[in-house]
Write a protein that binds this ligand. Structure first.
Ligand SMILES: [Zn+2]
Length: 376
């Protein structure tokens, strides 16, 4: 259940009540694709850096270790030892981007596993069954994510099929939630808006899915190659047609600046691999722009990654030491950079929520972007 606490312009400050606790929005979900945050980050660490929601991947967990294994181990929460909310994506995006040789039919998608090449079928019912096995807090509907450069006719047909699939997802989730053996019978379902970069298709689809009274609504198929300006244009057009009293989730986005702009357009939930992936490569986010720790100028730099940062890396270690660890390929180097980056994102979300509550979101956003752009 979503409670809209305050609006500042279009920016929303809300609370999402779930069976695994309350999510304060806007929120950045920390991505743990295969039930782990890459960079040797544990769920204990997530608690220490202010993570509210962890995101895991249906396709990856279905392929390995298998959702039946997770189910037999009592569901994802028990398996990875995390008692706060978990969102699982539907597997659709990975089926369309990772898997080899796929065939899309009305019933679903036939494809080959990227791990061992074995043939797999996934449709709306299978995706819901896998996510029910994983027992996440929030399940995502199974959709097709058409390319941002796909032709209009293809996008129209694809979006119509995604709507039919959404109805099947809703029905199947209701059935699964009614079974006695279901681990989380309160699992919630978010629908996904598609339509590539065609505003009218996006709006039509948003209206259709908004009528289904789902627990939340995502905007998919953005940040897949189109420009930032195009993404903001689509958000400007689409978000007003999604219910304001339900959470809005912009999938796979993005940079700190993208998030600040998304919040400004009414988005509540975000997720992205940038803070973890960049951290593993020694790129760290600060309020004065991104640093590349491999740069020689940090060799004798005794300062923390960011002065004043309260993350586990900055409270103890110097840039010089972390740079050495990265260069020596010591896992601790990656781990410290990932912890700092996730802490940076999580802390930015707290600042965002405070700014909306205080009615000074525009001022906060402009100041934050200006400082990050100005650099060191
Ligand atoms: Zn830090």
């Amino acid at each position: 259940m979503y409670r809209l606490l305050k609006q500042d312009g279009k920016a929303k400050r809300g609370e999402f009540h779930t069976v695994h606790g309350v999510i304060q929005t806007p929120v950045f979900m920390n991505v743990g694709t295969a039930a782990a945050i890459k960079g040797a980050v544990s769920t204990e660490d997530l608690n220490a850096i202010g993570t509210q929601v962890e995101l895991s991947n249906t396709y990856h967990l279905h392929v390995r270790p298998g959702d039946d294994v997770v189910y037999k181990m009592g569901g994802l929460h028990k398996f990875m030892v995390w008692d706060k909310p978990i969102l699982t994506d539907s597997g659709g995006f990975q089926v369309f981007s990772l898997a080899g040789l796929r065939k899309i039919k009305e019933e679903g998608v036939y494809f080959h596993s990227h791990i061992d090449g074995r043939k797999i079928f996934m449709g709306p019912e299978q995706s819901m069954q896998i996510q029910s096995h994983l027992a996440s807090t929030i399940a995502m509907a199974f959709d097709e994510c058409p390319s941002s450069v796909a032709e209009r006719k293809y996008v129209e047909d694809s979006v119509a099929r995604t709507t039919r699939w959404l109805l099947r997802c809703k029905e199947e989730m209701a059935r699964l939630n009614s079974l006695p053996e279901t681990i989380n019978p309160h699992q919630m379902l978010f629908g996904i808006n598609q339509g590539a970069i065609f505003e009218d298709i996006r709006i039509g689809h948003a209206k259709e899915i908004a009528a289904l009274d789902l627990d939340g609504y995502a905007i998919g198929g953005l940040a897949v190659g189109e420009s930032h300006e195009e993404m903001y244009r689509i958000l400007d057009a689409t978000v007003p047609h999604l219910p304001v009293d339900k959470p809005t989730y912009l999938m796979g986005v993005g940079t700190p600046e993208n998030i600040l702009e998304g919040v400004d357009r009414g988005v509540d939930f975000f997720d992205c691999v940038y803070p973890t992936r960049n951290g593993r490569h020694g790129h760290v986010y600060t309020n004065h722009g991104k640093l590349n720790l491999f740069n020689a100028k940090y060799e004798l730099d005794a300062r923390p990654l960011e002065e004043g940062c309260q993350c586990p890396a900055c409270r103890r270690y110097s840039r010089a030491y972390i740079r050495h660890l990265l260069k020596a390929k010591e896992m601790l180097g990656m781990r410290l950079c990932v912890l700092h980056n996730l802490y940076f994102y999580n802390t930015m979300m707290t600042e965002i929520r405070d700014a909306i509550e205080a009615g000074r979101y525009q001022e906060y956003k402009a100041g934050k972007i200006a400082r990050m752009r100005a650099g060191e």
